[in-house]
Design a protein around this ligand. Structure first.
Ligand code: HEC
Ligand code: HEC
Length: 289
C-alpha cells in the first residue's frame, strides 16, 4: 500500500515535533540537574547553641510566630509533602524531629546552620524552595535559640518520599532562580548586629525578615503582585493605622474589604506576637514608601 504524499509529510512533521519536544525536555532536565549537583563551599559560622529553657522558649516563639517553618514543615515540624504528582514530581519539606525519617538525630549544629542560613545540605548541595534567603539575616543568638528549640522537639516518626523533580517543576525553576536559594544568597554578605528589642523601626525590620518569603525582599509584593501583598505606602496599608494593623493580624479582619484568608496569609501566627513586637513592625512598615 502506498502512503499518500500529504500523509507522509504530516507523519514526518509529527515525528519531528515529538523529537524536538523530547530534546527540549532533555535540555531542561540536564540543566536543572546540573545546578542541583553543584556543590557549595559556604562559610558555616560557628554558633553557640544554648540549652537553657529561656533560649528554647525564644526559639519556640520565633518558630510559632514569624519564621513560618510550620507552614511547610507541618505543625509538629515532622515534615510535609509539598507536592507529589507525575508532572511536577515530588518535593517534601523534611521531618525536622529526631523520629524515623527525620534529620534531627543526625544533624550537627553546623548542619543546621548550613541548611537554614545558606540553603545547602550536608553534602554541600542546594536545597530547593526552602527559603533560606529569607533566613540569612537571623542573628547568631536567635539562630542559636531556633536550633536549640528544634533539638528539643519530641521525635515524631514520619518517612517522606524522596525529592524527584518532574518536568513542570524543572521549568518553574528555570524561570525563577530564587527556588534554589543557595544560588541567590550572597554567602559572604556581612550580617549586621541584631537590633535592640523594643518598639523601634530597626527591630521591626528585623522581625519582618521572613515576611519576605511571600511579600518579597522589599515587601512590595513580588513583580506579579497579588492583592494585599504590597505592605509599603503604595499599598492599602497607607490608609491603615497601628490599631487597624494589630486588629488585622490578631483577628484577620481588615479595616476595609475582605477578611484575611488564613491559608494565604498566616495571620494566626503573626497575631501571636506581643503588642511591643507588632508596634515595632508597624513603625518599620511606616518607613516604607
Ligand atoms: C516555603 C516552605 C518552607 C519553609 C517556610 C521552611 N522550609 Fe525548610 N524545607 C522546605 C523544603 C521543601 C525542604 C526540602 C528541600 C529539598 O529537598 O531540597 C526543606 C528542608 C529543610 C531542612 C533540611 C536540610 C537538609 O539537608 O535536608 C531544614 C533543616 C529545614 N528545612 C529547616 C527549616 C526551618 C528551621 C524553617 C523555619 C525557620 C524552615 N525550614 C522553613 C521548605 C520550607
Ligand atoms: C505564606 C505567605 C505569607 C507570609 C509568610 C506573610 N504574609 Fe502577609 N499576606 C500574604 C497574602 C497572600 C496576603 C493577602 C491575603 C488576602 O488577601 O487574604 C497577605 C496580606 C497581609 C496584610 C494585609 C495587607 C492588605 O493590603 O490588606 C498584612 C498587613 C500582612 N500580610 C502582613 C504580614 C507580615 C507583617 C508578615 C510577617 C510577619 C506577613 N504578612 C507574612 C501572605 C503572607
Amino acid at each position: 500500500m502506498r502512503v499518500p504524499r500529504a500523509l507522509k509529510y504530516l507523519l514526518i512533521l509529527i515525528a519531528s515535533l515529538v523529537a524536538l519536544l523530547v530534546l527540549a525536555a532533555t535540555f531542561v532536565n540536564r540543566s536543572v540537574e546540573a545546578r542541583l549537583k553543584k556543590t557549595y563551599d559556604v562559610p558555616v559560622e560557628p554558633i553557640e547553641v544554648p540549652s537553657d529553657p529561656a533560649a528554647i522558649e525564644r526559639g519556640r516563639h520565633l518558630v510559632s510566630t514569624i519564621l513560618f517553618c510550620q507552614e511547610c514543615h507541618g505543625e509538629d515540624l515532622a515534615g510535609k509533602t509539598q507536592f507529589n504528582d507525575p508532572l511536577s514530581g515530588t518535593v517534601s519539606a523534611k521531618n525536622l524531629t529526631a523520629g524515623a525519617g527525620g534529620i534531627g538525630g543526625e544533624f550537627s549544629d553546623s548542619d543546621w546552620v548550613r541548611a537554614i542560613r545558606h540553603g545547602v545540605n550536608q553534602e554541600g548541595r542546594p536545597l530547593i524552595t526552602m527559603p533560606s534567603n529569607s533566613f540569612y539575616y537571623i542573628g547568631d543568638a536567635d539562630l542559636g535559640a531556633l536550633i536549640a528549640y528544634l533539638k528539643s522537639l519530641p521525635p515524631v516518626d514520619n518517612e517522606l518520599p524522596k525529592r524527584d523533580l518532574g518536568l513542570f517543576y524543572q521549568l518553574t525553576i528555570l524561570s525563577n532562580s530564587s527556588l534554589i536559594p543557595a544560588e541567590v544568597i550572597d554567602h559572604q554578605a556581612p550580617r549586621p548586629p541584631t537590633p535592640e528589642p523594643g518598639v523601634n523601626a530597626q527591630y521591626g525590620k528585623y522581625l519582618t525578615t521572613a515576611c519576605t518569603i511571600c511579600h518579597g525582599a522589599d515587601l512590595t509584593g513580588r513583580s506579579a503582585a497579588g492583592a494585599g501583598l504590597d505592605l509599603t505606602g503604595a499599598g492599602d496599608l497607607a490608609e491603615w493605622n497601628e490599631a487597624d494593623f494589630i486588629r488585622a493580624v490578631r483577628t484577620g479582619v481588615r479595616p476595609r474589604g475582605a477578611d484575611l484568608n488564613p491559608s494565604l496569609m498566616p495571620w494566626k501566627r503573626v497575631g501571636k506576637l506581643t503588642d511591643e513586637e507588632l508596634r515595632a513592625i508597624w513603625l518599620y512598615l511606616q518607613t516604607l514608601q
